[in-house]
Design a protein around this ligand. Structure first.
Ligand SMILES: O=C(Nc1ccc(C(=O)N2CC(c3nccs3)C2)s1)[C@@H]1CCCN1
Length: 137
């Protein structure tokens, strides 16, 4: 149990969660056409791991490891696939009194499309949200 004193007040932690996807140069033998990364990160420069203990990603049950837990930054998972589906992202906090936060993200592979600094095309979809801590540690 933490011996830290709690701080009175409300503290807002802005986060971003979403995915990036890249079309594979060639379809894989298992018909996978894209490589994608699903992630959750801080909206500002604060380290998410200052208050997040681990993140659980739940992807489609067809995957060999449909539930993946990440305990260190970056809080992300990367897989290959051929389609779009809902991903469940559950944040667990260092403060044992804090309940988990559940985010749901619809994985995108086809749009909206962007170009990176090398001119490579990728697809990205992100969502902004805020975690509000009341009288945190
Ligand atoms: O696409 C969709 N659902 C999908 C579920 C799983 C997908 C996928 O990409 N993969 C499963 C994984 C494996 N392949 C081989 C062994 S496990 C690669 S796609 C729906 C259908 C209509 C709209 N979206």
């Amino acid at each position: 149990m933490s011996n830290k004193e709690r701080v009175d007040g409300e503290f807002i932690k802005p986060i971003i969660y979403g995915n990036r996807a890249y079309r594979l140069p060639e379809k894989l033998p298992n018909n996978h056409t894209h490589r994608w990364t699903v992630y959750v990160r801080s909206y500002n420069n604060e380290k998410l791991s200052n208050y997040v203990r681990k993140v659980q990603f739940k992807i489609h049950s067809d995957y060999k490891n449909p539930i993946q837990v990440v305990e260190n930054e970056p809080f992300e998972i990367t897989e290959t696939g051929w389609g779009e589906f809902h991903v469940q992202i559950k944040l667990y906090f260092i403060d044992p009194m804090e309940r988990q936060v559940l985010c749901t993200h619809y994985l995108v592979l086809h749009q909206p499309e962007y170009s990176d600094e090398n001119g490579s095309k990728f697809v990205m979809k992100e969502c902004y949200d805020e975690i509000i801590f009341v009288n945190p540690l």
